[in-house]
Design a protein around this ligand. Structure first.
Ligand code: BGC
Length: 347
């Protein structure tokens, strides 16, 4: 069968290659790959900017959607079910968090991730997955199930925002999201689902991004820094650009007891000047919290599937701005103006 592969850490190794058909081990599902979402992490793996070199070639892809072909007896799955495979697996020690199913919070960094770190991903015509790491997708979602993985990252972010908020009385009203890519837009969707007044800031002056924000009943602000948003102070900021100056600005721009949630993975080496004293004083005197979040555990995948199920289908559909067949995989990794690019895996 065909798979999209690369050698981690080596630029120029991306290709569509013939690999042996997967055989499900005990307790594993055999799945027909249907769709594969592409995100910034994949693009960085392709360019060699991110990755964990050492092994041989790896099947790329972590935003999966497939249809079960074979399920082990006694599993909760049957042939025909739509499923998404979980990205991360616990570290082998395991650390306390991984031992409790909270592998998204791994303490020793020895976790593995399908299609990213030490494990083949889901970018192949067929794949296998342990039944315990497969998440059922409502058939009504159809191909939109490919958004479950990126949405799981936000379901975790929201869970953590709510847990942090519950340290004391807190009733947030306003959310600001920086960046209107897939992560920012899904963050905004979940903010609206919570009844918040949502603002989204992005550089795009026109086109689909402002339209999608308006479609949520949220307010769009065009610009590259928070001055574009106006004078108000949001209770929550979800930062989804990874831009250094914006991160420091966000830390100074919440209302008291505000929460800044950082979701963007940035490259090292970009320096910015910041007033550390002012930032510290602002965070301390306002009881603010700044936290980072990555990945998701099973609970978050299920919450993501529910959130997508409750969202407007045509709005979700509009997030996928490019659909490419497997043979055109190369174009999926170009950085362009697209929101979500999806590769279809079924012939
Ligand atoms: C994925 C996460 C993963 C992270 C770091 C993201 O693109 O969505 O599941 O943990 O990359 O590897």
């Amino acid at each position: 069968m065909r798979a999209i592969t690369l050698v981690p850490g080596k630029q120029g190794t991306l290709g569509l290659t013939e690999v042996p058909d997967p055989r499900p081990g005990p307790g594993e599902l055999l799945v027909q790959g249907l769709a594969l979402g592409v995100c910034g992490t994949d693009r960085e793996l392709v360019s060699g900017e991110y990755g964990f070199p050492g092994g041989g070639p790896m099947v790329l892809g972590h935003e999966s959607l497939g249809r079960v072909l074979q399920a082990p007896d006694g599993s909760a799955f049957s042939p025909g079910d739509l499923v998404v495979g979980v990205v991360r697996r616990p570290d082998p020690v395991p650390c306390g968090a991984c031992a409790r199913g909270e592998f998204d919070m791994c303490r020793n960094g020895e976790y593995t991730e399908r299609g990213i770190k030490g494990r083949d991903g889901y970018g192949s015509e067929r794949w296998t997955v342990e039944a315990g790491y497969a998440v059922r997708v409502d058939p009504a979602l159809g191909m939109l199930g490919v958004l479950v993985e990126p949405a799981s990252v936000l379901a975790k972010a929201w869970e953590h925002i709510e847990r942090i908020g519950s340290r004391a009385w807190f009733q947030p009203e306003r959310l600001l999201v920086t960046g209107a890519g897939p992560i920012g837009l899904l963050a905004a969707l979940m903010g609206r689902q919570r009844g918040l007044e949502v603002h989204v800031m992005d550089r795009a002056a026109s086109g689909l991004k402002p339209e999608l924000v308006a479609g949520l009943g949220a307010t769009y602000h065009q610009g590259g820094d928070l001055d574009a948003v106006g004078g108000y102070l949001p209770d929550l900021i979800i930062e989804a650009t990874g831009s250094g100056p914006l991160i420091f600005q966000a830390m100074l721009s919440t209302a008291s007891a505000g929460i800044v949630c950082l979701t963007g993975v940035s490259s090292a080496g970009r320096q910015v000047r910041a007033d550390a004293g002012l930032i510290n004083r602002d965070i301390v005197l306002e009881n603010d919290v700044v936290f980072g979040t990555v990945n998701a555990n099973l609970r978050h995948y299920r919450a993501a599937a529910t959130a997508l199920g409750e969202a407007d289908r045509s709005w979700l559909d509009a997030l996928i701005t490019r659909r490419l067949p497997m043979e055109e995989f190369g174009a999926a990794f170009d950085t362009g103006e697209h929101i979500k690019v999806v590769i279809t895996l079924e012939v």
